[in-house]
Design a protein. Structure first.
Length: 74
């Protein structure tokens, strides 16, 4: 349990974890927004917690549709 707690603590502040979450979310968000994934700016807030030996990551992804649509018109 202590290992999962420590891992969750380290993951919460990790830039690499945030980047990986953005990479995982980007294709689906782009599909939903109707713009190419490469032109979509994604920001994500994530929370990491542990329960017993498991680590859970919850994320809220945000995109600006106006910015993405403007970029796709160029």
């Amino acid at each position: 349990m202590a290992t999962a707690d420590k891992l969750a603590e380290l993951m919460l502040g990790s830039v690499r974890v945030r980047q990986k979450l953005v990479a995982l979310a980007r294709p689906e968000l782009a599909r939903l927004a109707g713009v190419p994934a490469a032109q979509l700016h994604v920001e994500i807030d994530h929370h990491v917690r542990s329960e017993g030996t498991r680590v859970f990551i919850d994320g809220d992804a945000m995109v600006s549709l106006e910015t993405a649509r403007e970029a796709s018109k160029r």
